[in-house]
Write a protein that binds this ligand. Sequence first.
Ligand code: 13P
Length: 343
Amino acid sequence: MNLMELNKIAVAMAAPGKGILAADESSGTIKKRFDSIGVESTEDNRRDYREMLFRTEEAMRNAISGVILFDETIRQNAADGTPLVQLINDAGAIPGIKVDKGAKDLAGAPGEKVTEGLDGLRERLNEYYELGARFAKWRAVIDINGDDIPSGYCIATNVHALARYAALCQEANIVPIVEPEVLMDGDHDIDRCYDVTEFTLKSLFDELYAQDVALEGTVLKPNMVISGKKNANRASVSEVAEKTVRCFRAAVPAALPSIVFLSGGQSDEEATAHLNAMNAEYADKMPWALSFSYGRALQAAPLKAWSGKTENIPAAQAAFAHRAAMNGLATTGEWSDGLEKAA
Ligand code: 13P
C-alpha cells in the first residue's frame, strides 16, 4: 500500500469546489431510472446516457473530482471508440468503481440487509486498478423504518464487511469509499436518525481500526442526519446542518481527509442547501473536507431533460452543469437560493 498516494487521491476527491458524480447505478437501478423517462435500458442507451454526462466539459472540469462507475461502464467505449474511462481522465476527474454486489436479506433478521461481494474481491480490485479505477465504493444499507430495527447484528455484520472491503482496497492501492447509509425511508424524526447514524459511524470506525485500515487513505460517504421522508415536521436546513456536524464531530476521527455525502432521496435543492449550510456555518469546526457524491441529486434533472433523445443532449448537459455548479459552490458555502434561481 502506498499511503501517500492514497491520501493524495482521498484529498483530491473532495477538493474545494468539487465532488463526486455517482453514476454507478446497478443494472436494476438504471432500468428503474430509464423506466421513469420511458427509455429502454439497453447497453447502448446506458452508454449514450453516461457518455453524455462525461462529455459535459463545464461540469466535469469545474465541479466533478471523480466518477463512480458500474462494472459494465468501466469496460465500455464511447460511440467514437474512446474508452469512457479516458473521457473521465481527460476531463481531469478520477475514475472510481462500485465493487459491492448489492444488499441482500440478512439471515435471521427480517427486514434487514447485509451487503455482499467479498468473495474474489482481491482479484477484482487488481483488475479494476488495471482498468483505471483509483477509488472504489461499497454501500451498506441500514433501514430504520420499523419498531425493532436496526439490530446490533445488522450494523455489526455490515461494518465488518465494510472494513474487510476497505483493507482489500488499500492493499490494491485503491481508495475505499465506505458508505454506511442510514435510509431516509419512514416517518422517524431527526433525532432518531442522529442516534442510529452516530452508533453506526462509531461501530464503523471501531471496525476500521480493528482491521488496520488507514483513515488517511479512506473516504466516508454517509447520509446526512435528517428527518424521515414521511415525517410530518421535517427538520429545517439549519437543524440538519447543525445535527449532522455535531454527530460527525462525535463519531468521525480527524485523520479522515474527506467526507462526501450521498443524496439518499433528498430533492436536488435540499441536497445542495444542506451541504452549503454545513460548509457556510461550520467550516472552522470541521477537520475534514465536506463534499458530495450524489447520484440522484446530480442526475435527476439531466435524465429528465435527456429522455433518450439526441436533440435533447444540450439541454441535458446544461441541466447537469447547473447542478454540478450549484453543488460545487455548496462545498465552500458559497451557494445561495438567489444563485439557484438566477440560472
Ligand atoms: P444517491 O445520491 O442517489 O443517494 O446515490 C448515491 C450513491 O452512490 C448511493 O450508493
